[in-house]
Design a protein. Structure first.
Length: 140
């Protein structure tokens, strides 16, 4: 009987505490709402590098020229005994991948670390991780 009363009072105390906490937060919210004028929003957006779409489109340029992406072919040399970490670092330094750690994680998840072959490779700069790993696994 005594344990039931303690449990009841404990539950009642926790409930009252939750209610009081919510009332305090409703009376004094921690977030302040600030109203910005349209000019202030535009100036803050310009500071962050945002532009209006209409201003950023060049209507005088040829559509074919704007769609072309410059693709380079880069020479990669993988020495015998190079680890996946060293290969991914070389790929990053040659700007063939955007992040060496992400490439290592991808190659590790695919289980290709033991299948990468030494050799000299000519790799295009527009390839994805899967294509690069397939190239590095082929015999030269």
């Amino acid at each position: 009987m005594l344990n039931r009363c303690r449990l009841l009072f404990l539950t009642l105390g926790i409930g009252i505490g939750i209610i009081l906490t919510n009332i305090i937060y409703l009376a004094n919210p921690p977030v302040k709402h600030i109203e910005y004028s349209e000019e202030e929003i535009i100036s803050k957006a310009k500071d962050l590098g945002m532009v209006f779409i209409k201003k950023s489109i060049d209507t005088n340029s040829n559509k074919e020229e704007s769609n072309e992406i410059e693709v380079e072919e880069v020479k990669l040399i993988v020495e015998p005994g190079d680890t996946l970490e060293k290969i991914s670092r070389k790929l990053y330094e040659l700007e063939l991948i955007d992040n060496a750690k992400n490439f290592r994680q991808y190659a590790g998840a695919k289980g290709v670390e033991k299948h990468l072959r030494a050799g000299t490779y000519i790799i295009s700069s527009d390839l994805d991780y899967e294509t690069i790993t397939m190239i590095l696994m082929k015999k030269q």
